[in-house]
Design a protein around this ligand. Sequence first.
Ligand SMILES: [Zn+2]
Length: 300
Amino acid sequence: MRRATIYWAFVIVLLFSFPRKGASQSGQTHKLAPDVYWRAAEPDKRIIANAGWIVFRDYVLVIDANYPWGARAILDDIRATTNKPIKYVFDTHYHGDHAHGNGVFVDAGATILCSADCLAESWRKNPAAWKRSAIDPDYKDQKLEHPQIGFPDKLVFDDGTHRVELIKVGPGHTMGDAVAWLPKERILFTGDLCVNQRPGNNVADVDADPENWVRALDKLATFEPAQVIPGHGAIGGKPALAGQRAYLAAMIAGVRAGIARGETADQLANSLDLTAYGTWGADKSRNAPSIRAVYAKLKK
Ligand SMILES: [Zn+2]
């Protein structure tokens, strides 16, 4: 009797000490479909961008490397879903909140990839961005890792069960923006081409192209995604793409009209009201820098 109790206690301890499929270390991980996960941002831990991963037959493909501390949290959560090697990490774009954790994944054995334009951008802009960020003590012992594989327009992963298409649609938010599209599950990871939170979006990257960004969102809508995982904010569907598009298009139209009236960037930053554009335009003070950035681009 006693022996049986000890035996069952041992079995129970054993069961709970192994990683369980679908379980999450942090509670931030959600299963979208078999072998497809997204991990929600944790702004209170300064993990501000969303991430995802797909478990292929032989390896894991991660979408967005996050900051170094975010990368470590993502790694822990991946390990709660699979023990397969993390072979590839796809950066949707070069910005630090999506790519400065590359080194953590390289140390874990992964190769980083992104669009060829993103790769070029990383070499051109990330050394300075990294230097600015590295005053943060949480960058201690980290080093900048650029992507090592750059694809021109499209890169396809397909093991017969899962298919992921990495598609370059930028310039938009940056020069080299690319998305991850899962045609079988109709799941789209957009990076920052779509965000779904206050405050709108950052249009201020020197290589951002707001007009092409709108065209990129139109293209993504034709995919008819069932689930959209934005770079930041809550998971959505086609309405998230439409909301982002409406906000950007209204900003461009408003700035264009202001330029035609001879207004300055400061005047427009004050007068152009985008607060009707839902979550994207709700914060007037955050719209101002984007309006100024669009002004500078359209005035050229
Ligand atoms: Zn971002």
